[in-house]
Design a protein around this ligand. Structure first.
Ligand SMILES: Cc1ncc(COP(=O)(O)O)c(C=O)c1O
Length: 369
């Protein structure tokens, strides 16, 4: 008995780590190349901009043996231009997951509350628990509502107590694929205390095309307490390099800069992100293909009688209306990796990434089998 566990903070002693899904490197080793269809992590099956890959191949050796730019100045300046904000309203992180954890570190401690929606992204309650704060899950809409399992902004507002220090929600949401409109967000923000930071996690926003759904960045002038997170892991296809960013009030960015590790994003990630950002044509192709496939797969599934949630992300949540674990096991036996939803309290559901047509067909065939 070493007793190290007992020496950890009470918060960490009680913390259950984020579940990243199957052990993919082990699965890849077990199956022949190209045989595994990976639809469990909402990555971009088309990959990043070829220009970003070329930039990585041609990267100067200094990118490897020198420390990266601790100010991430060049990328922040490109992002500032893209979003119509100033560079000091932007922070770059080692994936947006890191930034989400840091917001809880900045604003929450023991006795404080972080409000999120039931069926919201699993990282929000973890970020609260990690710092000894209490995550408060507001009830989501019912499965048969117009926005099944989606964020109920009225319930989220009702969950805000004087102890609430941070509110986090994704738009579109993972794992449900649900969304809310800018008008709904604006009405919600009118009611929320002006000094409560509200994080809108827009990891999947590039894939969205629903009427009225837009980026919360456009509301920041009216609501300086809005914090927006974005990632290069999804539509930009750079999940392996770990890079994301936050847009927030300069005071919040300044707090992040106090907390973060100085060189938290590596030089190759910065280079690839910068190059990918300039390749709008590739992004547009990926987004168009994903939307096409999202619609096709959803139609095929509902045509077979499955209950498919409407989705604005690059994934679909399927409610099998019976225990999904045996279905998941059978898919895996056929080389198709999807994400079980037990940890989200949705044991009848599986979440499936929308990938290329041949990959989606492999999933559809395996499901039929
Ligand atoms: C809603 C949401 N937010 C944030 C992330 C984290 O993304 P990353 O850390 O790769 O930027 C994910 C990843 O799946 C996600 O689904």
């Amino acid at each position: 008995m070493s007793g190290f566990l007992g020496r950890a903070t009470p918060a960490l002693q009680a913390l259950k780590a984020y579940d990243p899904g199957h052990d993919l490197p082990a699965l890849r080793k077990r199956r022949s190349a190209g045989d595994l269809v990976e639809l469990g992590s909402n990555e971009n099956a088309w990959g990043p901009s070829p220009k970003a890959l070329a930039a990585l191949r041609e990267a100067a050796v200094e990118e490897v043996f020198r420390y990266p730019d601790p100010q991430t100045a060049s990328l922040r300046s490109s992002l500032a231009e893209r979003h119509g904000v100033t560079a000091d309203e932007i922070a770059i992180g080692n994936g947006s997951h890191e930034l989400l954890m840091q917001f809880a570190q900045i604003f929450c401690g023991p006795g404080d509350e972080l409000v999120h929606s039931r069926f919201g992204f699993a990282v929000y309650p973890i970020s609260a628990r990690a710092v000894g704060a209490t995550p408060v899950a507001a009830p989501a809409f019912q499965a048969d509502a117009e926005m099944p399992l989606g964020h109920d902004l009225g319930a989220l507002f009702d969950a805000i107590t004087p102890r609430c220090r941070l509110l986090c929600m994704a738009n579109p949401n993972n794992p449900t694929g649900t969304w809310f409109t800018l008008a709904q967000l604006s009405a919600f923000m009118e009611r929320v205390p002006r000094d409560l930071p509200v994080v809108i996690d827009e990891a999947y926003i590039e894939y969205a095309d629903a009427p009225g759904l837009g980026s919360a960045v456009s509301l920041r002038n009216r609501f300086p307490n809005l914090v927006v997170t974005r990632t290069f892991s999804k539509a930009f296809g750079l999940a392996g390099l770990r890079i994301g960013y936050a847009i927030a009030h300069v005071e919040i960015i300044e707090l992040l800069n106090r907390l973060r590790e100085s060189f938290c994003v590596n030089g190759l990630a910065l280079l690839a992100a910068q190059t990918a950002l300039r390749d709008g044509a590739h992004l547009a192709r990926v987004v168009a293909a994903t939307r096409r496939e999202r619609e096709r797969v959803a139609l095929q599934l509902s045509g077979r009688g499955y209950k498919v949630m409407p989705s604005q992300g690059n994934f679909l949540l399927i409610d099998f209306e019976c225990e999904a674990a045996p279905i998941e096991a059978q898919l895996l036996a056929r080389g198709v990796v999807v994400r079980p939803m037990m940890a989200y309290g949705l044991p009848n559901c599986l979440r499936v990434t929308v990938a290329t047509a041949p990959e989606n067909d492999r999933f559809l065939q395996a499901l039929r089998a």
